[in-house]
Write a protein that binds this ligand. Sequence first.
Ligand code: SF4
Ligand code: SF4
Length: 309
Amino acid sequence: MVLNIQHFCTHDGPGMRTTVFLKGCTLRCKWCSNPESIHPRPELAYNPAKCIGRTECGFCLPKCPEHAIFSTDPDLKVRINWTLCTNCSQCVSACPPGALSLFGHELTVEEVLAEVEQDSPFYRESGGGITLSGGECQLQPDFAAALLEEARHRGMNTAIETAFNVPWENVEKVLPHVDVCLHDHKISDPERHRKWCGADNRRIQENQKRAYETFPGVKFIARTPLIPGVNDDEAHIRAVLAFIRPHPNVIDYELLPYFRFGESKYGFLGRVYELEDFQPPSEELLARLRAIIDEAFGRATAITRKTQP
Ligand code: SF4
Ligand code: SF4
């Protein structure tokens, strides 16, 4: 169940990469920039800015078997009753301007690789490859493992972005086919993790430690999406460093400063974005926290950092 295939990515592992976003996630991070990746099945999205309105168009109205589409004055644009919508997608093909669309579709390993391989000249030049992201890519372990194994067979570097909130059996299937594992350390305290991410971090940390020890050949890169007032404190950064530094295959720790990416998509899905008043962290704070990380890794200067995925 694939959400999207994104080309020419530079923040999802070494070199130039093609990132395949899979659908489904077990966490509900309030700052999630890909809310359309959370639900494990295809999902309707509605962009009212593209809707022509019921007078000029209205083709979607009779298509809905659930009567979930309606229109109200004064702008004549349609609205969705999200509690009635079953994501059946029957309205999507009736919408000429694409105001109604579907997030997520089933693809085979071969179909994904056919698209990914279009970028293969860039991989060879940059040392890049394929990255599986999400959502949580380890929630589709058989598909992820088959895709990564075949990508490797075709000479690509393989990476995943994961939160590790999955059964260990899934990790055992996926990681043998991974060169680089980018993984989150969102919040140190289990109960605060539950409050902000919808689940505590006990299974996550157990999986992380076990993965570091079980797969010494994988390069792990720890990351924290830095959310002001939530986890942008020195204590969290030092707690993560204490967790990862005993493991030599954790080769780096990156901070991903919060940006309001993805906010508009909440509206398209009939959901509410809860962090409206949050602002990105200051450059001064970032520099101070990165200096702590650089010191722990024995580096003199900060390496180039990434933005929030
Ligand atoms: S996806 Fe199906 S149920 Fe939902 S609004 Fe469209 S036609 Fe109705
Ligand atoms: S088919 Fe699309 S453009 Fe036409 S009324 Fe429905 S949502 Fe609006």
